[in-house]
Design a protein around this ligand. Structure first.
Ligand SMILES: Cc1cc2nc3c(=O)[nH]c(=O)nc-3n(C[C@H](O)[C@H](O)[C@H](O)COP(=O)(O)OP(=O)(O)OC[C@H]3O[C@@H](n4cnc5c(N)ncnc54)[C@H](O)[C@@H]3O)c2cc1C
Length: 415
């Protein structure tokens, strides 16, 4: 079988791989090939993502990346150039209920404003006026039992006006597939990479399980929870623990619409985040507790994809605590997806490695959906050694494989 060639080869057709391919295609960066082992795109972490879009992070550069992503999702049809894009953004705002005092909330508001995005401090009355269904209790609940307690109160809350969520994360991957193919990227499904070929300290190509081979001087590992297998094939050494982790999410049907609707909420007292789903007919609820990001998956091809009863009960307690008027009726379902936790600092590793031509884009933890467009943009800058108008303006080595662990406020999905 003759060996084909590509200028840049991307392994993985999830949001990260496809965003990278699309950002490269926008720069007309030569012959780009994406290899995806599944029968469709977005069947890994991406398809089960909660796709929440918010800006608040410990690091301003992470926030800048999230802002680039938020702007792309808001103008998704324009960005992808698709007349009937499947995905879109619901800009419902993001409410942070972390039990912080006024000084802390004001400081966070100012950090968000400093990157050019709107944010405001809401008083308790303002919050209740705007979202009457939300309790403002700041007392932590008993996650397992949900036992009654006397409510404490905080007076100030942070609100990100422009945040929200993407309506269809799997659809976003499918949109990127369409946009990539339209722009000349060769995206191949059922194409599992089984070996990486190297020579003289540089990567030269891949072999596929089908027996085909493709040569390329630049290769990107965007294999999500399977990234360690690819890094082992490349023989690269690094200090990062990239751990495929099982993550559970609950869906609660809402019988009657909630007055004032819901924003996306991060709720420390309940240990949860939640947002509307299915045009408000459901509420999607996940955990923000670090202990719920610790179920390691030994083999990403085999894991339990349904929600555990215990987890469902805990998330329900949290939700009913925050929305006391929510009826105890309506279907409760859920899923378990997986993402790759970077144990040290819940931030990804991105860019070149010690093997010439081999790049990593791994360990996105719970942030890869919102960061995806910026990640693709940054990698396109690195791979083509060029900067064009509108590019994310942050130093390339911020997430490099050789960096020190970043100091994060919480080693959790909040990071
Ligand atoms: C339950 C859940 C909730 C989340 N919520 C959010 C959120 O609210 N906001 C947010 O920003 N992020 C969130 N995330 C995280 C985000 O979804 C992920 O970080 C992101 O989707 C990672 O994309 P990826 O392309 O790296 O990985 P994936 O989507 O897993 O894609 C990797 C692809 O590589 C392919 N592949 C693997 N090995 C090979 C090989 N050998 N050959 C060819 N192809 C291969 C796989 O088949 C897969 O399709 C959530 C994730 C989960 C699971």
């Amino acid at each position: 079988m003759a060996t084909e060639t590509a200028d840049i080869l991307i392994i993985g057709g999830g949001l990260i791989g496809l965003s990278t391919a699309y950002e490269l295609a926008r720069r007309q960066a030569g012959r780009i090939v994406v290899l995806e082992k599944g029968s469709g795109v977005g069947q890994g972490s991406t398809g089960s993502s909660s796709a929440c879009l918010r800006l608040r992070y410990s690091h301003l550069d992470t926030m800048r990346m999230a802002l680039y992503g938020q702007n792309r999702y808001r103008d998704w049809a324009d960005y992808t150039g698709l007349e009937s894009a499947r995905a879109s953004m619901e800009q419902i705002g993001v409410l942070w209920m972390l039990g912080e005092d006024a000084a802390a909330v004001t400081a966070e508001r100012d950090r968000i404003r400093s990157i050019g995005a709107p944010a405001q401090v809401l008083t308790r009355d303002e919050l209740t006026g705007r979202f009457p269904s939300l309790s403002t209790c700041s007392t932590s609940i008993d996650f397992a039992e949900g036992t009654e307690h006397e409510c404490g109160q905080t007076e100030t809350f942070l609100f990100e006006d422009d945040g929200g969520y993407c309506t269809d994360p799997a659809g976003a991957a499918q949109d990127l597939l369409d946009a990539c193919r339209r722009d000349g990227v060769d995206v191949r499904l059922t194409s599992r990479v089984s070996a990486l070929r190297t020579q003289g300290g540089r990567v030269i190509g891949v072999d596929l399980a089908s027996g085909e081979s493709i040569d390329a001087p630049q290769i990107v590992n965007a294999a999500g929870p399977w990234c360690n297998e690819l890094n082992r094939m490349a023989g690269i050494e690094h200090k990062w623990d990239l751990i495929p982790t099982r993550i559970q999410v609950m869906l609660r049907a809402t019988i009657n619409p909630l007055p004032g609707g819901l924003p996306m909420v991060a709720d420390a007292a309940g240990g949860i985040y939640f947002r509307p789903e299915s045009r408000g007919q459901q509420i999607l609820v996940g955990s923000i507790r670090p202990e719920d990001e610790q179920e390691t998956i030994a083999n990403p091809d085999v894991y339990k994809a349904s929600i555990d009863e215990e987890s469902k009960a805990g998330l329900l307690h949290g939700l009913h605590h925050r929305i006391p008027s929510l009826e105890y009726r309506g279907q409760v379902t859920g899923i378990a997806g997986m993402y790759t936790m970077t144990e040290q600092d819940v931030h990804p590793i991105l860019g070149p490695t010690h093997l010439d031509g081999f790049h990593v884009s791994n360990g996105y933890s719970g942030h890869g959906f919102k960061l995806g467009p910026a990640v693709g943009n940054l990698l396109a800058q690195i791979l083509t050694d060029s900067v064009i108008e509108g590019d994310v303006d942050i130093a390339h080595d911020f997430l490099s494989i050789d960096r020190d662990s970043l100091a994060v406020r919480e080693k959790s999905v909040l990071a």
